[in-house]
Ligand binder design. Structure first.
Ligand code: ADP
Length: 337
C-alpha cells in the first residue's frame, strides 16, 4: 500500500504541502478534493516523484521511494486533458508505456490489446484517437495508464475536460471499472460529484493540509469543520451554544446528540439550503435579496440578522419580500466554533 507521511513541499517560500499524512490501501480508491490552490496536484506530483519534498516520506509497502525515479515507481498517471498522441492510432497510444519499458514487440502488442479489452474497447485498436468521442478518448487514456499494470493509478481531474452529462455517466462507468479491476487509485479533483461517485474514501484539503478524511457518505453528511462544511455546500452557518440540555441557536433548540461529544460552550450550526424552508412562522426572519434557478429548485438568498442565508424553494418569493425561515434539525450539523 501507499503511505505518505508528514509530506512537505515548498515552491520558494510558498508552502504547497504542509505535513500531509495519507495512506491508500490495496484496491482502495482515494479521492483528494479541495478548492483550487489547496495542494491537490502537488500531492499527486510529489507522490509520483515529479516534485521533490522538503520533508516527509512517500513509501510503498514500507519501501521509501525517495531515491526511486518517477518511471520506476510503477505508478500509472492519467491527466485531465488525456494527453493522447493525436497522430497515433488507439493501440499506438495504449502501447506507449509498455514500449517505454522496452518490452518485446509481441508483449507490447498483447499488453496493449489486453488493456483495451479491460476498458471495453476491444476492436478499437486501429481507430484514430481524433475520431473518438470524449468518453472513448477517456477510456483510451485509462487503458494507456493501466497497460503497464501499475500498482497505483493516479488521476488528475480525470473527467475535468468533459461536459457535465458525460462526466456523470463516465464517473459511474469508471467506478464500476475500478471495482471490477481491483485497482488501487489516488486521484484529485475539485468536482465534488466526481469525488463522491468514484471514491472509497474522500480527503478534503485546505491550504496544503488535510482537513478531513472519511467515507464519502460520512464526509458528505458529517463535515468535521466549518471549512469542510462550507466547501460541501453547507452555506448557512450560525453561532450556537451547547450545554447538557442541548444546542441553542437562532433556529431554536436542537438535540444535544447533534453536538460532538466533547463540545461544551460555543459551537456553530451548519445547514445546506435544502435543510432550510420558507415558513411564515419560522424563527428567523429576513427579506429576499435574490433567487437563482438551480436545475430542480430555486436558491433564494435571504438577508437576516444572522447574515445572508440561502434556502432552496420550489417557487421563489419576490425580491424584497419579508419571509420567515425554519430549519430541519435532522439535516443540521453542529461544528466546533
Ligand atoms: P491544486 O491542485 O489544489 O489547485 P496546487 O497543488 O496546484 O493546488 O498548488 C498548491 C499551491 O502551490 C498553490 O498556492 C500554487 O499557486 C502553488 N504552486 C503550484 N505549483 C507551483 C509552481 N510550480 N511554482 C510555484 N508555486 C506553485
Amino acid at each position: 500500500m501507499l503511505e505518505i507521511e508528514q509530506l512537505r513541499v515548498q515552491y520558494g517560500d510558498a508552502v504547497a504541502l504542509d505535513g500531509v499524512d495519507l495512506t491508500v490501501a490495496d484496491h482502495e480508491v482515494v479521492c483528494v478534493l479541495g478548492p483550487s490552490g489547496s495542494g491537490k496536484s502537488t500531492l499527486l506530483r510529489a507522490t509520483a516523484g515529479l516534485e521533490l519534498p522538503l520533508a516527509g516520506r512517500v513509501s510503498w509497502d514500507g519501501e521509501d521511494l525517495a531515491g526511486v525515479a518517477p518511471h520506476r515507481r510503477q505508478f500509472g498517471l492519467m491527466f485531465q486533458d488525456h494527453a493522447l498522441f493525436p497522430h497515433r492510432d488507439v493501440i499506438g497510444n495504449v502501447a506507449f508505456g509498455l514500449r517505454m519499458q522496452r518490452r518485446a514487440t509481441a508483449e507490447v502488442d498483447a499488453g496493449a490489446r489486453a488493456a483495451l479489452a479491460r476498458v471495453g474497447l476491444a476492436g478499437f485498436e486501429h481507430r484514430r484517437v481524433r475520431e473518438l468521442s470524449g468518453g472513448e478518448q477517456q477510456r483510451v487514456a485509462l487503458a494507456r495508464a493501466l497497460a503497464p499494470d501499475p500498482r497505483l493509478l493516479m488521476l488528475d481531474e480525470p473527467l475535468g475536460s468533459l461536459d457535465r452529462e458525460l462526466r456523470e455517466r463516465l464517473a459511474s462507468e469508471l467506478r464500476t471499472l475500478f471495482v471490477s479491476l481491483g485497482v488501487t487509485a489516488l486521484f484529485v479533483t475539485h468536482d465534488q460529484d466526481e469525488a463522491f461517485a468514484l471514491a472509497d474514501r474522500v480527503v478534503i484539503m485546505r491550504s496544503g493540509t488535510i482537513e478531513q478524511i472519511g467515507a464519502p457518505q460520512e464526509v458528505w453528511s458529517h463535515p468535521a469543520t466549518e471549512f469542510a462544511a462550507r466547501f460541501l455546500g453547507f452555506a448557512n452557518v450560525v453561532d450556537a451554544t451547547v450545554d447538557a440540555d442541548g444546542v441553542r441557536c437562532a433556529w431554536g433548540p436542537l438535540p444535544r446528540s447533534l453536538a460532538p461529544g466533547d463540545s461544551g460552550g460555543r459551537v456553530r450550526v451548519a445547514a445546506r439550503p435544502d435543510a432550510l424552508r420558507l415558513d411564515p412562522d419560522g424563527p428567523v426572519r429576513g427579506h429576499v435579496s435574490g433567487s437563482t434557478f438551480r436545475r430542480d429548485h430555486f436558491l433564494v438568498r435571504v438577508e437576516t440578522d444572522l447574515g445572508p442565508l440561502e434556502v432552496a424553494a420550489e417557487t421563489p418569493p419576490d425580491v424584497g419580500e419579508n419571509v420567515g425561515l425554519g430549519l430541519d434539525p435532522s439535516a443540521a450539523v453542529v461544528l466546533p466554533a
